[in-house]
Design a protein around this ligand. Structure first.
Ligand code: DGY
Length: 465
C-alpha cells in the first residue's frame, strides 16, 4: 500500500488567528445549515434532520446559539415514536421527495402521536443525545442563574424522552439476549459502509434489481467513488424493505431479519448516555441510581461479549452467528468512553490507536482514520472504509480524557483543529493527504470544531457522580 502521510508537526500550536478564523467559519456553516426549527447536516446531500448529527451539532451550537441547540434536540424528540425509538431521519415536509433518496415515500412510516404519516424513518442511530443535552446544560449553567433556569426547563422536557429512548434500545433491541443493543441496518451505526459490517452483510441478499426500481440520489450529488457501492446499496434497500414490511417491529429479530449486529461504538454511546442521565436525573429531581446501574451493565456486556482476546481489540458481533467481525475499525476504539472499562482493555485500545493501523497524530500528524491503514482493502476515499471523520475522533478524545491520557487527547484535539482549518468543514477527510471529501459545509464538523476550540475538558466530566 502507498503511504504518503502528511507530516504536520502534531505539537504545533493552534494559533489565535487560526482559532478566530475557524470559529467564524464554523459559526457561519451552522447559520447556513439552519432550517426554521432544525439543522440539516448538509444542504444538498442530507436535506432533512439526522439523529446523531443533531447530538454532535448541539455540542457546538451550545456556544453560538444555545436556543437553537435546544430547538434542534426538541425537533428531533418531537418525532419520537410511541415505543421510544428516535428516528434516524426526521423528514422536513418542506423538502421535496426528489431531493433525497430514500425519502418519506420509501419508508412509508404510518402516522403516530401527533405526527402525520411519512414523517420519519423507522431506524435509529447512536443515542448520543443525553450526552449532548448534558453538555449544552453544563455550558448554560456556567452563564448565570437565568441561563441555568432555562436550560433546566429544557432538561426536564427531555429527560423522560431520553429515558424512553434508552429503554427502547435496551429492551426492544436486545436481540442477542446478552445486555447489548443490536442494530438492524448499517445506517443505524452511523458508520454506514464500515468494513465492520462486511461479514454480516455477506449474508444479506443483494437484489440489484432494486436499483432499477429506485434511483440513488447520493451519487448524483456526490462522487460515486466516495460513496457505498451499488452492491452495498442494494442490500441497504433490501434491509429497509424487510424491516418496513414487518411493520418496523422488533420481535424475534435474530430469526427474521438478515442483519442483526452489536456494534461496540453504538453500545458504548448507549452506556455513556446512561452516565449523562445520572447527572441529568440529579438536576430534574429523578433517581440517578438506575442509570448508574445500567451504565455498568452495558460496560460489562461490551467488555465480555465484544472483546477479542487474541487480537486485543473490540469488534462488532453478528448476533445471528455469534461471530465477531474480523475487521479492525474505528468503532472498536469508542469503548474508551467508558470509565469502568477494565484497565487492560483501556490499554489495549490506546495501543491499537497508537499502532500503525490507526496512527495517533504523534506518528501521522492526522486524526485517526475510520479503518485499519494496514488492511489490504483500506480505501482512502470511500466513506467509512478509510477516510477520517471528526465525530469519531471527538469521541476518542473524550475517552482519552476520561482515562487521563491528557497529552494524547491534546495532540488529537490539535490535529483535528489543524486539519479542519487547513481543509475546511468537510464531511470527512482523505487519510493520507488530509484533503476534504464529501459535503463541503458539514454541520457536525463545524459544531465539533467549536467545541474543540472552546476545550472545556474536565477530567471527571464523563464519570457518574
Ligand atoms: C445516507 O443517506 O447515506 C445516510 O447515511 C443514511 O442515513
Amino acid at each position: 500500500m502507498k503511504m504518503h502521510l502528511q507530516t504536520t508537526d502534531p505539537t504545533a500550536a493552534v494559533t489565535s488567528t487560526m482559532s478566530a478564523d475557524l470559529w467564524n467559519s464554523a459559526a457561519s456553516v451552522l447559520d447556513t445549515n439552519w432550517s426554521y426549527d432544525h439543522m440539516v447536516p448538509s444542504r444538498r446531500l442530507y436535506p432533512h434532520q439526522w439523529s446523531w448529527d443533531a447530538a454532535f451539532i448541539a455540542l457546538g451550537l451550545a456556544y453560538v446559539n444555545p436556543t437553537r441547540a435546544w430547538r434542534d434536540l426538541r425537533s428531533l424528540f418531537e418525532a419520537q415514536w410511541p415505543d421510544g425509538r428516535v428516528p434516524h431521519i426526521v423528514f422536513d415536509p418542506l423538502t421535496a421527495e426528489g431531493d433525497y433518496f430514500p425519502g418519506p415515500g420509501f419508508w412509508n412510516v404510518p402516522a403516530y402521536g401527533n405526527r402525520p404519516a411519512r414523517g420519519s424513518t423507522g431506524l435509529v442511530q447512536p443515542a448520543l443525545h443525553a450526552v449532548a443535552a448534558w453538555e449544552v446544560y453544563r455550558r448554560a449553567a456556567s452563564h448565570g442563574a437565568a441561563c441555568a433556569h432555562e436550560a433546566g426547563q429544557q432538561l426536564k422536557w427531555l429527560y423522560p424522552r431520553l429515558v424512553a429512548q434508552q429503554e427502547y434500545l435496551s429492551r426492544s433491541r436486545e436481540a442477542g439476549g446478552d445486555g447489548l443493543a443490536s442494530i438492524v441496518h448499517p445506517w443505524e451505526s452511523g458508520l454506514d459502509n464500515s468494513p465492520s459490517w462486511d461479514s454480516a452483510m455477506a449474508g444479506v441478499p443483494a437484489d440489484l434489481g432494486l436499483l432499477q426500481r429506485y434511483q440513488r440520489r447520493d451519487i448524483e450529488v456526490a462522487d460515486a467513488a466516495h460513496r457505498p457501492t451499488d452492491l452495498d446499496y442494494a442490500r441497504y434497500l433490501g434491509l429497509v424493505l424487510n424491516y418496513r414490511d414487518g411493520g418496523y417491529g422488533d420481535a424475534d429479530l435474530a430469526h427474521r431479519h438478515a442483519f442483526v449486529v452489536e456494534c461496540p461504538a453504538f453500545n458504548a454511546i448507549l452506556a455513556a448516555a446512561e452516565l449523562a442521565l445520572v447527572h441529568i436525573a440529579a438536576v430534574v429531581g429523578a433517581d440517578p441510581m438506575a442509570h448508574r446501574r445500567r451504565a455498568r451493565q452495558i460496560t460489562e456486556a461490551i467488555s465480555r461479549h465484544l472483546y477479542d482476546e487474541r487480537s486485543a481489540t473490540f469488534r462488532a458481533r453478528d448476533v445471528r452467528t455469534g461471530i465477531l467481525s474480523p475487521a479492525r475499525c474505528v468503532n472498536g476504539l469508542v469503548p474508551l468512553l467508558l470509565p469502568d472499562l477494565p484497565r487492560d482493555q483501556v490499554e489495549a485500545i490506546m495501543a491499537e490507536a497508537a499502532s500503525p493501523r490507526f496512527g495517533l497524530p504523534a506518528t501521522t500528524g492526522l486524526p485517526v482514520p475510520s479503518y485499519d491503514r494496514t488492511a489490504t482493502d483500506f480505501d482512502t476515499l470511500r466513506y467509512w472504509r478509510g477516510p477520517i471523520w471528526i465525530n469519531v475522533n471527538w469521541l476518542l478524545r473524550r475517552g482519552m480524557l476520561v482515562h487521563g491520557y491528557r497529552n494524547e487527547a491534546e495532540d488529537l484535539r490539535t490535529a483535528m483543529l489543524r486539519l479542519v482549518h487547513r481543509s475546511g468543514h468537510y464531511e470527512y477527510f482523505h487519510p493520507e493527504t488530509g484533503a476534504g471529501i464529501g459535503a463541503p459545509t458539514f454541520s457536525w464538523t463545524a459544531a465539533l470544531a467549536l467545541d474543540l476550540l472552546a476545550d472545556r475538558s474536565v477530567p471527571a466530566y464523563a464519570r457518574a457522580a
